[in-house]
Design a protein around this ligand. Structure first.
Ligand code: AN0
Ligand code: CP
Length: 318
């Protein structure tokens, strides 16, 4: 695998899942493969899970890790071609990415959308700029549009816990106080649409995801109906794609409660975290036996380790 930016970079999903499971059984199976290799991690936004799990994954492979909080410590990056840089942006991505590529063998980037200009966000200028100018493989640590490391860990968790060959997986919108990216639901939809699951998305009208990610999933506007017979409930808030970046509803009746979980087939509750308790999901669900959010977070490590291993394998073949 050259880059890991979306599901489209994965040549063989079953093989990648298998590798992640192998690392779960034996995290130190290949402690040397990353010797003398540097993973650079760049954060334009906060992170707990992605930062620590990706760092640990690299250490398990024998890599060294350099981390930079670009929002605080880096020069503000210009991404526009031909820009006259007389404003507050001190460095162009052409040099910034090319220089990082001199120091790092793989670069991971977290860069959220600004949620103001949809066309600009969906062009993925930061991650694509690094792909174009860094000259080394790029890993998406949640971009403006996608979060594939999360989705790989989510799929791994579903595979571990499913009780039937083709489980019903429901992605449900839930309320939140802030406008959040569509990256997690876009990416989850993209992966679920390729997995062997019965995939349903439920949200209030106006929260339709970009069709290139949601199709061909079933959209069900009645949350309770969507929950019927579900084996997995994946909750997440996102802001509107259509009315870009806007909060159209804070309707608390969309919060996940035990009463709603009772409509399901004893479903497992999933969330990528961080989650706002008693806004997105009631304590009784998150603290209950069906919640698998910590297992999901644990699997982030093995997902990242499999991705880094695949990239190291292909870069040594060159
Ligand atoms: C981010 C989001 O919704 O994309 C990160 C999730 C992994 N969440 C928040 O900003 C709360
Ligand atoms: N789920 C996830 O990516 O968490 P962080 O934002 O803490 O990395």
């Amino acid at each position: 695998m050259k880059n890991f930016v979306s599901v489209d970079d994965v040549e063989d999903m079953a093989a990648l899942l298998h590798m992640a499971n192998q690392y779960k059984n034996d995290p130190y199976a290949t402690p040397q493969i990353g010797n003398n290799k540097i993973l650079g991690l760049i954060f334009f936004n906060p992170s707990l899970r992605t930062r620590l799990s990706t760092q640990k994954a690299a250490l398990n492979l024998g890599m060294h890790v350099m981390i930079m909080n670009f929002d605080k410590d880096g020069w503000a990056l210009e991404t526009e071609e031909g820009a006259i840089m007389n404003g507050n942006k001190a460095e162009h991505i052409k040099e910034g990415a090319a220089v990082m590529g001199q120091y790092c063998d793989i670069i991971g980037i977290r860069s959220f959308p600004n949620l103001e200009d949809r066309d600009l966000d969906y062009k993925e200028v930061t991650i694509n700029g690094f792909i174009k100018y860094a000259g080394v493989p790029i890993v998406n640590l949640e971009s403006a549009v996608l979060h594939p490391l999360q989705s790989l860990a989510d799929l791994m968790t579903i595979e571990e816990l499913k009780k039937k060959a083709r489980p019903k997986v429901v992605l449900t919108w839930a309320p939140h106080v802030k406008a959040l990216p569509q990256s997690v639901p876009n990416s989850f939809a993209q992966w679920m649409n390729r997995a062997d699951v019965d995939f349903v998305i439920t949200h209030p009208a106006g929260y339709e995801l970009a069709p290139q990610f949601s199709q061909p999933a079933t959209i069900e506007y009645d949350q309770q109906k969507a929950f019927e017979d579900a084996d997995f409930i994946y909750a997440k808030n996102w802001s509107s794609y259509e009315n870009y970046g806007k909060i159209l509803s804070k309707d608390p009746s969309w919060m996940i409660t035990n009463d709603k979980m009772k409509l399901t087939n004893h479903a497992h509750f999933m969330h990528c975290l961080p989650v706002r308790r008693n806004v997105v999901v009631h304590d009784e669900v998150l603290d209950g036996a069906q919640s698998i959010v910590i297992q999901q977070a644990a699997n982030r490590l093995y997902a990242a380790q499999a991705v880094l291993k695949s990239i190291l394998d292909s870069s040594t073949q060159l």
